[in-house]
Design a protein around this ligand. Structure first.
Ligand code: G3I
Length: 318
C-alpha cells in the first residue's frame, strides 16, 4: 500500500518518528522504514545535552549531524529534542557547584551553541521539556530551584535569538486531554504570548497505555490552543500494554493511535503526529515499565499490527 508519508502529505499533516541512531547505523530494514514511511524525524537521544556536551566545552555533534544529514537526504523535517530538561544532563552540570548566575550563563550558552549549530535545519525545537507535574505545579528541577520559573521565558528568548525561524515548543506527557497539567500549559503559554515571549507550539507526547483507557477531551484540548493561535503537535506517541499482547489489547492500541491522529486532523493548528519509535524491536518501554511492551505500530519483525492499519486508514480517509 501507499506509505504513511504519502498518505499524510495528502491529509496535510506531517508524520514522524523518533530515531534510534544505533539502529539507523546497523539495521538496514530500520533505516529503509525511517526513510520511506516518515516525513519528519526526532532524535530519540542524540540531541540531548549529555550527548552533545559530555565534557564542558567539548561538543560532540557527530550523531546528531548524521540524523540531520539523513533527514535532508530524505526530504524530512527535523524536530529538535530537547534543550532544557531535568533528565539526561551532563554530570558536569548536575554535579557542578555553580552559583545561580553561573548556571544561567551555562544554560544560555548551551541553548545558543546547540540552536546555532543546527540553525536553519530544525523545524521545531522542544525548548523546554516536562516542566510541570501531573497536578499542574512547577516541577522541582535544578532550573526551577536555581533560576526560578522565568527560566522558561529566558530559554525561549535565547533559542529565538539563535534561530529566529525555528518554531519553539514546550513539550510534556499526560497532557493529551484537559486536566490540571495541560491547563497549566494553557495558562503559561497564554501568559508568555501576552508578554511577547516567542513560543509557537505545544508538544503533546502521547505516551499512553491500554490499561489506563483513553484520555477525555483530547480534541477540546487541542482546540483551546487553536483559539490561542498556538500550534500543537503529537510528539512521542506510543501505546504500551501489559505483556503478553492479545487481540483485545492490540485493538485498544489501534483505537488509541487512531483517536489521537483523528484529533490532530480535526484541530485547525495540529501540524504533526510523531511516534516514539515505530517497531517493537527498539523501544524504551520494556526497560522502563516492568512487564509492559508492544507499544509500537510494527512488531519486532517489522510486521504491521492493527495500529498500523488504523493509522493508515485514518490518514486515507482524511
Ligand atoms: O548512552 C548510554 C550508554 O553509554 C550506557 O552504556 C547505557 C547503559 O545504561 O545507557 C545509555 O544511555 C541510555 C540512553 O537512553 C541512550 O540509549 C539510558 O540508560 C536510558 O535511560 C536512556 O533512555 C532514554 C530516556 O528518554 C531517558 O530519559 C530513552 O532511550 C528515550 O526514549 C527516552 O525518551 C523520553 C523523551 O526524551 C522525553 N519524553 C519521555 C521519553 C520516554 O521516557
Amino acid at each position: 500500500g501507499p506509505t504513511l508519508r504519502a498518505l499524510a502529505a495528502r491529509a496535510d499533516v506531517r508524520i514522524g518518528t523518533a530515531v534510534n541512531m544505533d539502529a539507523l547505523a546497523s539495521d538496514t530494514p530500520y533505516r529503509e522504514h525511517v526513510a520511506r514511511e516518515f516525513n519528519t524525524v526526532t532524535a530519540e537521544n542524540v540531541m540531548k545535552w549529555e550527548a552533545t556536551e559530555p565534557q564542558r566545552g567539548a561538543h560532540d555533534w557527530a550523531a546528531a549531524d548524521q540524523l540531520v544529514d539523513f533527514a535532508r537526504a530524505n526530504r524530512q523535517l527535523v524536530r529538535g529534542h530537547t534543550l532544557v530538561w531535568h533528565n539526561q544532563n551532563p554530570s558536569w552540570v548536575t554535579e557542578g557547584d555553580f552559583s545561580s548566575a553561573e548556571l544561567r550563563q551555562i544554560l544560555k550558552k548551551h541553548i545558543q551553541d546547540e540552536v546555532r549549530h543546527f540553525k536553519g535545519r530544525i523545524w521545531h525545537w522542544d525548548v523546554a521539556n516536562e516542566i510541570f507535574t501531573d497536578d499542574g505545579q512547577w516541577r522541582n528541577t535544578i532550573w526551577l530551584e536555581k533560576l526560578g520559573p522565568g527560566y522558561v521565558a529566558d530559554a525561549l528568548r535565547w533559542a529565538h535569538q539563535a534561530d529566529p525561524k525555528a518554531r519553539l515548543y514546550l513539550n510534556d506527557y499526560n497532557v493529551e486531554g484537559i486536566n490540571a497539567k495541560s491547563t497549566a500549559y494553557y495558562n503559561l503559554i497564554k501568559q508568555l504570548r501576552s508578554e511577547g515571549v516567542p513560543v509557537h507550539g505545544f508538544g503533546i507526547q502521547g505516551h499512553l497505555g491500554v490499561q489506563y483507557g483513553f484520555p477525555g477531551q483530547v480534541l477540546e484540548n487541542l482546540q483551546r490552543f487553536d483559539a490561542l493561535g498556538v500550534e500543537t503537535a503529537f510528539t512521542e506517541v506510543d501505546v504500551r500494554m501489559p505483556m503478553p499482547a492479545d487481540a483485545t489489547k492490540l485493538q485498544a492500541q489501534a483505537f488509541a493511535y487512531s483517536a489521537l491522529l483523528q484529533a490532530c486532523l480535526l484541530a485547525r493548528k495540529c501540524v504533526s503526529y510523531t511516534v516514539w519509535g515505530f517497531t517493537d524491536k527498539y523501544s524504551w518501554v520494556p526497560d522502563w515499565f516492568e512487564g509492559e511492551g508492544a507499544a509500537n505500530l510494527l512488531d519486532e519483525n517489522y510486521g504491521p499490527k492493527p495500529a498500523h492499519a488504523a493509522v493508515s486508514s485514518t490518514l486515507t480517509l482524511a
